[in-house]
Design a protein around this ligand. Sequence first.
Ligand code: ZN
Length: 277
Amino acid sequence: MGDIRYPLSFNQYTAKTKWTLRQAIEGCARHGVTGIAPWRDKLAECGVKTAAKLIRDAGLKVSGLCRGGMFPAADAAGRKAAIEDNLRALEEAVGIDARCLVLVCGGLPVGSKDIAGARQMVKDGIAAILPHARAAGMPLAIEPLHPMYAADRNCINTMAQANDICDELGEGVGIAVDVYHLWWDPDLKAEIERAAKTDPRRIQAYHICDWHYDTKDRLLDRGMMGDGVIDLPLIRKWVEDAGYEGYAEVEILSSRWWDADPDDVMRLCIERHRTVC
Ligand code: ZN
C-alpha cells in the first residue's frame, strides 16, 4: 500500500450501541484517533455545549455531523418541518465546529411513486437552507447513497447526481464520498475528477468501510475495511488526486461489529486503515 495520507476519524455509529458520544470521544483519545463524526441523536443526549468542550479538550476535530437532509415530504408542512430541522442541524454542526453537515437527502414520501418529484424536493430543500449554511460558514455535504436506499432514505444515488446539484446551487454545497455507497459506479472516477475540476473543495468528506461479497443485510452488514470487495487504495487515490484534504472517516454500520468490544473494533479500524486503505 502507499502512504496513508488521511488521518482517521471515527464515525460514532461504528460503535453505535455500546458507546455514548462521551465514550466515543474518550475512545478516540485513548487510541490516538484524531477525528470524530458524531450523530445527532448521540449529540442531543450529550448536549451540544458539553460535546463541544469534550471534543476540544480531547484535541479532536469533527470530520462531519451526521446528519441533515430528509427533505421530501407529502405536504408543504412536512417539507417546512424538514427545513426547520435542518436549520437546527446546522446550528449543532457550528456548535461542535464540524467540518461539514452531512446530508442524507431523503427518499419518496410515503405512498408516492414520483422519484423525480422527490429529487426536486431535495434540491429545493438544500436551496432553502443554503443561505443559512453560507452565512454560518458551514459546508453542506450531500452524501449519495447506494440505489437500494432510493425509496426510503435517499433518492440521490450517484456522484453524478450530487455533482449536478452542486453545479446548480453553487458555493457552499459539497459531497461526502462514501465508498460503501459509490464503489460500484462505473463513472465514479470521472465524477470525482469532475468534482475536483469544478471546485477543489467540493469533496467535503471521505467515508470508508467495505462491502461484503455476499452482503446479508441492507443496513447492518457493512464490512470492516479489508473484509470485502472495495478497492480502497484505488478510491483513496482518486480522492487524493482530486485534492481532498480531510479525514478518512470509518463508518461501519454493522450488527456484528456493534456486538464486539468497541475498543477492539477501534484497534482493528486503526490497523486496517494503516494496512489496507
Ligand atoms: Zn457515510
